[in-house]
Ligand binder design. Structure first.
Ligand code: DQA
Length: 150
C-alpha cells in the first residue's frame, strides 16, 4: 500500500523569534519547543513531520519548489508573508499538495491588514488563534485528507 504520511511543517519570517515575541499573541514557547510538540502530535497521528524555518522569502519559495516528491502535505505558518506574498502563494500552488494555514494568534481580530491571507483559498483549512494546539488541529485535518481513499 502507498502510505502518504509525510508532512512538511513550514515557518516563515520572525517565527524563529517565538519566545521573545508578545506572549499575549504568540505564547511563550520557542520555535524549537513548538516543533517538539508538533512532532509528538504528528507521531500520534501516524504522520512523519519535517520542519523548515527561514526568514528569507526566496528560501521559503525554493523549499516549496522542492516539496513535490518529498512531502504529501504541508502545514504552513508564513508569518507576515501570509498577508502579502504572492510569490509564496504561487509557489504553494505549484506544489499541488494539500496545505493547511496556521496562525498562533487570532489574525481576524487584530489589525485589519492581518485579516488578508493571499494563500487561504489554496489551503484545505485555516486554523488561527488557537495557539500551539492549532497545529494539532491542522495535522488532524491533513491526516484525514491523506488517509481518505482516493
Ligand atoms: C502569525 C500572524 C502574522 O500576522 C504575524 O505576522 C506573524 C505570526 C501567527 O502565527 O499568529 O508573524 O502568523
Amino acid at each position: 500500500m502507498n502510505v502518504r504520511n509525510r508532512v512538511e511543517v513550514m515557518h516563515g519570517v520572525n517565527l524563529d523569534q517565538l519566545g521573545r515575541r508578545d506572549p499575549d499573541q504568540y505564547g511563550r514557547l520557542t520555535l524549537d519547543e513548538l516543533q517538539v510538540r508538533i512532532d509528538a502530535w504528528a507521531d500520534g497521528f501516524g504522520l512523519a513531520a519535517n520542519f523548515f524555518s527561514t526568514n528569507h522569502e526566496g528560501a521559503f519559495v525554493e523549499r516549496l519548489h522542492r516539496l513535490r516528491g518529498l512531502a504529501d502535505g504541508v502545514v504552513l505558518n508564513p508569518g507576515a508573508w501570509t498577508h502579502y506574498s504572492y510569490a509564496i502563494r504561487d509557489a504553494l500552488e505549484l506544489t499541488g499538495l494539500p496545505a493547511v494555514e496556521v496562525h498562533l494568534s487570532d489574525v481576524d481580530n487584530r489589525e485589519p491588514w492581518r485579516r488578508q491571507s493571499v494563500i487561504a483559498d489554496l489551503c484545505i483549512a485555516r486554523v488561527s488563534g488557537k495557539g500551539p494546539e492549532g497545529y494539532e488541529e491542522a495535522l488532524a485535518v491533513l491526516r484525514d485528507r491523506l488517509t481518505r481513499p482516493a
